[in-house]
Design a protein around this ligand. Structure first.
Ligand code: GAL
Length: 724
C-alpha cells in the first residue's frame, strides 16, 4: 500500500511539473490597427485563420467616418489567456446586465448570454447549438463593443456560463434547502473558450453603440457587399431537371403574366453529372449553352448556376485536381483542397471558361456547410496540410472568394447563394439559405444575419395553402434575396391562383422599392450598416438608455407592456434599412402584436399614424405584411417594372415621405453593374423634405456632382401622411 501511495505521489509530482512546463505564460500584445479597432495577439496564433482566408481589405474611408474613438473598450484589461498543452485558454469579461448578440447565424435565439455554443460549420439541425451555416466567432455587446476571435478552429464558447474563484463579481453561495433564489446556473461574469492552438488573434471593435461596433467590424472586413441592381430584383429557381426549352418557356410565362424576373436559377440538371459534379453542361438538356445564356440576357434575365464543389471522375478537371484533393471523397467526388492555390485555379478556370465567359451571372454553391454523414471526416487529410477541421470552417469562404474574384477580374458584379460562410465574408456577394424551412425561424435568422456580417434569405419553396404561400412570399420580399426555390416543388409565383394577384403585387413592390434597397446596400458597403437587423439595435440606442433601472422601478413591468416587451427577445420583427420596421405574419395568424420603439411610426401603405413606444395589435388581412415607417423617413421608389434598370438607364422616382418631421435621405447611385464605384464612379444625392410656412411639405433632390452617375429621371413626391 505504502509503495503504491508513494508511486502515485511521484507520478502526480511528475505530471504537475510537466504541466507547469507545458503551461506557458505568454503576453498579450495589443495594437490599434484602424480607428476604433484593436488587435490583440497572444502566444503564436496560427497563420491560417478566417481573416487570412477571406483576404479582407478594410474600407478605410468608411472606418474613418465612424464616431471617432481613441478609447479602447474597457474589457481589454480583463481579457486573460493561458497556454496549456499547446492550447490557449481564453477568458473575456462580462459585466452585470450586459447582453451578448452574434456568434453566427442562429435560428431561434437572438440574445446569447447564458448559452454554450460549439461553433462549427454545419447545416442547421433545428437547435441553436453553434452548428450552423455561418458560426461566425464575432459577438457584440449591448455595452457597445464587438469582439472577433480570428480562429478557423471549432470553438466551444461558454457565453456567461461557469464562475471563476477569482471573479470580482463572484456569485454568493446560496443554500438550496432554504433559499428560493438558489440557482443551478449562478451568475457568470465571463465568456470563456479554449482555442486548440498555441496562440490566438482577437480583435476589439469600439462603439459607442452596438450598431457602431457592427459597422466597424463590417468595414474592417471590407464593407458589406454591394449587389448589382438586378440582384435586388426577383429570382426564380427552376425545377432541377428543366431543360433549356422549359426554362425559356418559364421565363416567357413570367413576362406574359406580368411577374418581374431578374435572374433565374438552374438547379442540378443543367450539369451532365451532379453530386459529384462535372461543372459541364448537360448536352441533352442544354445543347447550346452559349446561345441559351445569350437569349436569356436579351430578355434581361440572368442565369445563376447551382453547383457543389465536389468533382466527378467524369469532369475534365478530375485528373488535374486529383493530386490537389483531400484523402476522402464526398458522394464519390474528390474534394479540392482550396488551401492550395493551384486547386483554386483549376476549379476557377473551369468555371470561368464554361460559364462566366459565356455570360452566366452567378452561382449557388451548395453543400459547403456539412452534415457529418456525407462530408469529409475530421480525420481526412489534405495536401496543403491544413486540417480537415480548418477546411470545414473555411470551405464556404473559399468558394465565395474564388467566384467573387473571377467576376471581379471581369469588372462584373455577381450576386448568388452559398450554404456556408464565416467571419471575414462580409464583402462577398452571397446570401445564405438552407433546407430547414421554418418561416418563423427564417425570420430570426434574418435578424441574426445582421449581427454577423452575413446575408440570409427566407426563401419560398412550397406551401400547403395559398395563405402560407402568400405569407412566406411577403416576407421574402423584405429580405436580401426575393426568391422562389422550386428545385423540387416546381412551384411558380402563380401556383396558388387564389393569391396569385397578391403575390404579383408584392413582387412588383419589391421592384418599386429598388432605389430604397439599393441605397440600403450601399450603406452596407460604404458605412457598414447591415441591411436587415434586430430591433435590439435600435432599442439600444434609445430605450435601453432610457430604461435605467430607476425608470423600470417607477413603471412596474406588470403595468407597462411596452417595457416588458422590449425586455424579451424580439425575434419576429426586424428593421429593413434605416426606416422600415417589418413584422411578418405567419400561417394561421390573423393578428399579431408589433413593438413600436420610441418616436412616431406610420403605416407603410397608408401613411397613417400607428403608434409611439408601445405594443400595438394589428390585423392586416391576408393582403398585407405589416410594415411601419419612422417619422420623417424618406423612401425613394420607382415605377413597377419587370426587370432592374440597365446600366446608366434613367429611372423616374416616386419619393415617399412619412410622418410630421422634416426628413433627409442620401440616395446612392452608380452604374449598378461594375466595380467602377471603387474608383469613385458613384454619387450620393441629398433628398430633403421640409415643412413650408403654409404647413405643406416640400421635397427637393440635389444634383450629383459633375461627371458623377445620374440615373434619376423625373421625380414625383408622395407625402404619405399629409395626404390623409
Ligand atoms: C439542396 C439545396 C436546395 C437545392 C437542392 C438541389 O442541397 O439546399 O436548395 O439546390 O440541393 O439538389
Amino acid at each position: 500500500m505504502t509503495i503504491r501511495l508513494s508511486f502515485v505521489k511521484k507520478t502526480f509530482a511528475l505530471l504537475l511539473c510537466l504541466s507547469l512546463f507545458l503551461s506557458v505564460s505568454a503576453q498579450w500584445k495589443w495594437e490599434q490597427v484602424k480607428p476604433g479597432v484593436w488587435k490583440g495577439t497572444y502566444g503564436t496564433p496560427e497563420s491560417y485563420s478566417l481573416l487570412s482566408v477571406a483576404g479582407i481589405k478594410p474600407l478605410d474611408e468608411g472606418l474613418s467616418k465612424l464616431p471617432c474613438t481613441t478609447d479602447v473598450p474597457t474589457i481589454i484589461s480583463g481579457i486573460t489567456g493561458k497556454q496549456i498543452d499547446g492550447k490557449t485558454y481564453l477568458s473575456l469579461p462580462l459585466a452585470k446586465g450586459e447582453q451578448i448578440y452574434g456568434f453566427g447565424l442562429n435560428f431561434q435565439t437572438i440574445r446569447q448570454r447564458g448559452k454554450i455554443l460549439d461553433l462549427h460549420v454545419d447545416h442547421y439541425g433545428g437547435k441553436d447549438n453553434g452548428r450552423t451555416h455561418a458560426p461566425v466567432p464575432f459577438y457584440i455587446s449591448s455595452n457597445g463593443y464587438g469582439v472577433l476571435i480570428n480562429s478557423a478552429r471549432y470553438l466551444r464558447v461558454y457565453i456567461g456560463s461557469g464562475s471563476r474563484k477569482d471573479s470580482p463579481n463572484a456569485p454568493a453561495p446560496r443554500d438550496r434547502n432554504t433559499d428560493k433564489n438558489w440557482s443551478s446556473r449562478p451568475y457568470s461574469d465571463a465568456i470563456s473558450l479554449v482555442v486548440p492552438a498555441p496562440g490566438i488573434e482577437i480583435y476589439l471593435f469600439a462603439g459607442p453603440t452596438p450598431m457602431d461596433a457592427i459597422r466597424r467590424y463590417n468595414l474592417f472586413c471590407g464593407g458589406g457587399t454591394l449587389p448589382p441592381r438586378w440582384g435586388l430584383g426577383f429570382t426564380q429557381r427552376t425545377h432541377r431537371l428543366y431543360n433549356a426549352q422549359q426554362v425559356l418557356q418559364e421565363v416567357d410565362e413570367f413576362e406574359k403574366k406580368g411577374y418581374p424576373l431578374d435572374f433565374i436559377g438552374l438547379e442540378p440538371g443543367w450539369q451532365s453529372k451532379s453530386y459529384p459534379c462535372t461543372f459541364e453542361w448537360d448536352a441533352t438538356r442544354f445543347p447550346d449553352p452559349k446561345a441559351f445564356v445569350r437569349t436569356m440576357l436579351d430578355k434581361q434575365v440572368r442565369i445563376n448556376l447551382w453547383t457543389n464543389p465536389y468533382v466527378s471522375p467524369e469532369s475534365s478537371i478530375y485528373n488535374a485536381i486529383n493530386p490537389l484533393s483531400g484523402s476522402h471523397t464526398v458522394w464519390c467526388g474528390i474534394v479540392p483542397d482550396f488551401a492550395c492555390q493551384q486547386a483554386r485555379e483549376i476549379w476557377g478556370n473551369k468555371l470561368k471558361a464554361e460559364h462566366i465567359e459565356i455570360g452566366v451571372s452567378g452561382y449557388k454553391v451548395d453543400e459547403v456547410d456539412g452534415y457529418d454523414y456525407y462530408l469529409w471526416p475530421d480525420a481526412a487529410t489534405f495536401p496543403s496540410n491544413i486540417s480537415a477541421e480548418q477546411l470545414r470552417q473555411t470551405y464556404g469562404l473559399w468558394v465565395e472568394k474564388i467566384t467573387h474574384d473571377l467576376y471581379k477580374a471581369q469588372n462584373r458584379r455577381t450576386y448568388g447563394l452559398v450554404r456556408a460562410s464565416n467571419a471575414g465574408g462580409v464583402s462577398f456577394p452571397y446570401v445564405i439559405y438552407n433546407d430547414y424551412y421554418s418561416h418563423q425561424d427564417f425570420i430570426t435568422a434574418l435578424i441574426n444575419s445582421g449581427f454577423c456580417g452575413t446575408l440570409w434569405t427566407p426563401e419560398v419553396r412550397s406551401s400547403k395553402t395559398g395563405e402560407e404561400w402568400l405569407r412566406r412570399f411577403q416576407s421574402v420580399v423584405f429580405s436580401p434575396m426575393a426568391m422562389i426555390n422550386a428545385w423540387s416543388s416546381g412551384t411558380k409565383p402563380w401556383t396558388f391562383p387564389e393569391v396569385a394577384e397578391q403575390v404579383k403585387e408584392y413582387a412588383l413592390l419589391r421592384m418599386q422599392m429598388m432605389p430604397y434597397w439599393y441605397t440600403t446596400f450601399a450603406n452596407y458597403h460604404f458605412n457598414g450598416t447591415p441591411p436587415f437587423y434586430a430591433m435590439d439595435l435600435i432599442l439600444s440606442d434609445q430605450e435601453s438608455k432610457k430604461m435605467s433601472s430607476s425608470d423600470i422601478k417607477e413603471k412596474s413591468l406588470d403595468n407597462n407592456p411596452y417595457l416588458e416587451a422590449v425586455q424579451k427577445e424580439i425575434k419576429d420583427q426586424y428593421m429593413a434599412g434605416e426606416s422600415l420596421l417589418v413584422a411578418p405574419m405567419f400561417k394561421g395568424q390573423e393578428s399579431r402584436t408589433v413593438i413600436l420603439p420610441q418616436g412616431n411610426w406610420y403605416d407603410f401603405y397608408t401613411g397613417e399614424y400607428a403608434g409611439n413606444g408601445e405594443v400595438i395589435t394589428v390585423k392586416p388581412g391576408l393582403d398585407k405584411i405589416p410594415v411601419f415607417v419612422r417619422d420623417g423617413a424618406i423612401i425613394p421608389m420607382m415605377e413597377a417594372r419587370l426587370h432592374a434598370p440597365k446600366a446608366g438607364e434613367k429611372v423616374n422616382l416616386i419619393i415617399r415621405h412619412y410622418g410630421q418631421k422634416d426628413g433627409t435621405f442620401l440616395l446612392y447611385d452608380d452604374d449598378g453593374e461594375t466595380f467602377n464605384y471603387e474608383n469613385g464612379a458613384y454619387s450620393w444625392r441629398e433628398i430633403k423634405v421640409t415643412r413650408q410656412k403654409n404647413g405643406k411639405m416640400k421635397g427637393s433632390i440635389a444634383k450629383p456632382e459633375k461627371g458623377k452617375p445620374d440615373t434619376v429621371g423625373n421625380v414625383t413626391w408622395k407625402f404619405m401622411t399629409q395626404a390623409q
